[in-house]
Design a protein around this ligand. Structure first.
Ligand code: ATP
Length: 225
């Protein structure tokens, strides 16, 4: 049983959530437990600088996240990025959160191993460590240590210097990198969009309420995946 207090880290999970699915939700649930997080903020991206425009509007992606997390009181929807029309960077979001939560509150930016290995392509990426810890989920049996050699040298250096146990994250507000072995469900938003466009079932890939929402609003029927 986790003991949580005000000092427990706040987790931050950004994503396009186009749509949210059980891969995201299990990642969040496992991290909540293993990193002893107080809560997790789900922050749907507005105009992601790193990838193609989402297939459906910010309002729809927001609504689907809201439906998906209603049963878990430790999960919260944070709408700050979705409201923005200009490109919006994680570092700016973390600066805002740091100002709101105070200098002492541990913050943990959550991501999958694939995202972490490209962290050096993110805007002002080294500043991220001044603002938050980074918690990386990796597939059991495939440690990040084995894959970090494929990352840029500067990222490898940061990884080696900052690696710490998940238990240590609540002792500092920012600056650590922790790895957690988390089974990765073979689910992606791309898979769901392609299933809908091909008129195939998406049941059991995401919460029923989200599947119903997609069908009611005719989302992804003409998706380009
Ligand atoms: P797409 O298929 O459109 O690229 P996606 O399903 O990968 O989307 P994102 O919104 O890009 O979803 O992902 C947000 C975060 O969730 C990222 O950090 C990503 O690594 C993680 N993530 C996505 N799918 C999974 C999954 N099946 N298991 C664990 N983590 C996941």
């Amino acid at each position: 049983m986790n003991k949580t207090s005000i000092g427990n880290p706040v987790g931050i999970l950004g994503g396009t959530f186009d749509p949210i699915h059980y891969g995201h939700l299990r990642l969040a649930e496992e991290m909540l437990e293993l990193a002893n997080l107080r809560k997790i903020l789900f922050i749907p991206a507005g105009t992601p600088p790193h990838r193609d425009a989402p297939q459906v509007s910010a309002q729809h992606r927001n609504a689907m996240v809201r439906l998906a997390i209603t049963d878990q009181p430790a999960f919260e929807l944070d709408e700050r990025e979705i409201a923005r029309t200009s490109p919006c960077y994680t570092v700016d979001t973390l600066r805002e959160l740091r100002a709101e939560q105070g200098a002492a509150q541990p913050l943990c930016l959550l991501m999958g191993g694939d995202a972490f290995l490209q962290l050096d392509t993110w805007h002002e990426w080294e500043q991220l460590f001044e603002l938050a810890h980074i918690v990386v989920g990796y597939r059991p049996g495939f440690t990040l240590d084995e894959r970090i050699h494929s990352a840029a040298p500067a990222l490898r250096r940061q990884y080696r210097q900052r690696l710490c146990a998940a238990d240590a994250l609540s002792g500092q507000p920012a600056g650590g990198i922790a790895e957690l072995a988390i089974p990765k469900l073979e689910i992606s938003a791309t898979l769901i969009r392609s299933r809908v466009a091909e008129n195939r079932s998406i049941r059991y890939l995401l919460p029923n309420q989200v599947a119903d929402y997609i069908h009611q609003h005719h989302l992804y029927e003409h998706a380009k995946y």
